[in-house]
Ligand binder design. Structure first.
Ligand code: ATP
Ligand code: MG
Length: 455
């Protein structure tokens, strides 16, 4: 079950990085814009100041009249900037000496600049003063220059366009990097999720794969939780095992007593009751035994310590142990092992799985029939196949009967607890194999196969 999700780390990270990048891009744009404006103005002012001073240098008093020899260099300097237009006026205290009479000097003292409108166009203006030293005293002469700003604005616009492209480029680069950063920072979380997800239900080993420092507390918490879960599972398995043991021992005593009683009782209806009692005791005892077996299987699959197993030898040993039980029903138990097969696994678990399948084959067969255990392998898988000539699986097949405590409708008074196939399946699964169960295609009876990855 997936937990309810609120928000997304990836989205939050992306939004934060993109927000930061957008602010950065805008700040960068504004800085470049103000720098460009200042630089453009400064360079225009420098040129205007140089031109004004060059013009003032040519002002002289000749024969009582102010003479100006307009320097060509000053004008070429001023119009060199992308064909700007220039207006000038030279004033003496007596009035305009030369130049445009609609260009008034700027108010103030020293060299002063202003941005204003002249003849309907935005212009940058300068007024500079020079004091001509004459016999009768100093004569202040001012030169006023006004220069259009078209070229400046064009350069300024180009710089702004460049800054905008730069800002957008920076934002796009950061967007790509943010995507990558978000993906890499989420990566370890996804890997951890997958590694925990891939595990089998019994796998409660701690997570040992290295994780980033920020995730260490989370992994620590998961490991502690798994540890606690493992301990509590182990406790309940031990409890089941102990309980089963405690139940079986007195049950064995009760059964012996019941059998003794049966021999003594003569009245048929009393005998039937005692027989019923013995059957109930057998059911309980079997259930306790199977519960014990199942707890053992669960415990051992948790702590699987695989060893190399010769399946042929294991099959022989298991069949020999069950032979007395088969003989009680005159069932012939045969092992057919034409090829040797080896697997890696837990011997006790594999034996337990095979014992349960053989036990079923014997239990659900008519007396005097035969059960064959065939061992074969095809390179990848080694198979232990148990075939009987009994009643076969009921309608609905074997699949639902591998569930815990599931018994078929075909059991007809046969003692059992419904755990045999569960045990067998859990064992093969723990070994990376699978269980196949069904009825014989030719003739009556069932065929159950335990498949293990072969060595
Ligand atoms: N060889 C077989 N032939 C016919 N039916 C079978 C065979 N093996 C299993 N079954 C059916 O599958 C059911 C489940 O088998 P399983 O071994 O899990 O339980 P069980 O034999 O009833 O009890 P126990 O836990 O004592 O083995 C059985 O109750 C039976 O109906
Ligand atoms: Mg069984």
């Amino acid at each position: 079950m997936s937990a309810p999700a609120r928000g997304s780390i990836r989205r939050r990270l992306m939004l934060q990085l993109l927000g930061g990048a957008a602010v950065l891009a805008v700040v960068l744009f504004l800085i470049v814009q103000s720098l460009a404006r200042n630089l453009a103005q400064e360079s225009q002012d420098n040129i205007l100041a140089a031109a004004a001073s060059a013009m003032l240098d040519t002002v002289a008093m000749q024969e009582g009249e102010l003479q100006v020899d307009l320097p060509y260099a000053a004008f070429s300097m001023l119009s060199s900037l992308q064909g700007e237009r220039v207006f000038y006026a030279i004033h003496a205290p007596s009035g305009l000496v030369t130049g445009y009479d609609d260009l008034a000097p700027l108010a103030g003292a020293g060299t002063r600049f202003a941005t204003g409108v002249h003849r309907g166009e935005p212009m940058r203006m300068i007024t500079a003063t020079r004091r001509l030293a004459l016999e009768q005293g100093a004569l202040p002469v001012t030169v006023t220059l006004a220069q259009t700003r078209d070229g400046q604005s064009r350069i300024f616009e180009q710089i702004i366009a460049m800054a905008a492209t730069l800002g957008t480029g920076l934002f796009l680069c950061v967007a790509v990097l943010a995507g990558l950063a978000a993906r890499t920072s989420i990566g370890p979380i996804l890997r951890l999720t997958q590694s925990v997800d891939r595990r089998g239900p019994q796998d409660l080993r701690p997570v040992t794969a290295p994780v980033p420092a920020e995730m260490a507390p989370l992994v620590g918490a998961i490991n502690t939780f798994m540890d606690r879960l493992k301990v509590s599972l182990q406790r309940s398995e031990e409890f089941i095992a102990e309980a089963a043991h405690h139940v079986r021992t007195p049950l064995a005593t009760v059964r012996t007593q019941a059998e003794i009683t049966l021999r003594r009782v003569e009245k048929e209806e009393n005998r039937a009751s005692v027989r019923e009692m013995i059957r109930a005791i057998d059911e309980s005892s079997r259930a306790a035994g199977q519960l014990l077996d199942h707890a053992m299987v669960t415990f051992r699959t948790d702590h699987l310590e695989p060893e190399e197993i010769d399946l042929g030898q294991l099959a022989e040993e298991t069949v020999e142990r069950l032979r007395p039980m088969a003989e009680l029903r005159d069932i012939d138990l045969a092992v057919v092992a034409p090829v040797p097969a080896r697997i890696e696994g837990d011997r006790i678990l594999v034996q337990s799985a095979l014992r349960n399948v053989l036990d079923n084959a014997i239990k659900y067969s008519q007396p005097e029939s035969d059960v064959t255990l065939t061992l074969d392998h095809d390179g990848a898988m080694a198979r232990l196949q148990v075939r009987d000539r009994g009643i076969g699986f009921p309608e609905g097949g074997a699949a639902p009967l591998t569930g815990r405590f599931e018994r078929g409708t075909n059991v007809e008074g046969v003692v059992g607890s419904g755990l045999g196939l569960t045990i067998a399946e859990e064992v093969v699964r723990a070994h990376g194999g699978h269980l196949l169960a069904g009825n014989n295609e030719e003739g009556p009876g069932a065929c159950v196969t335990l498949c293990f990855p072969a060595l």
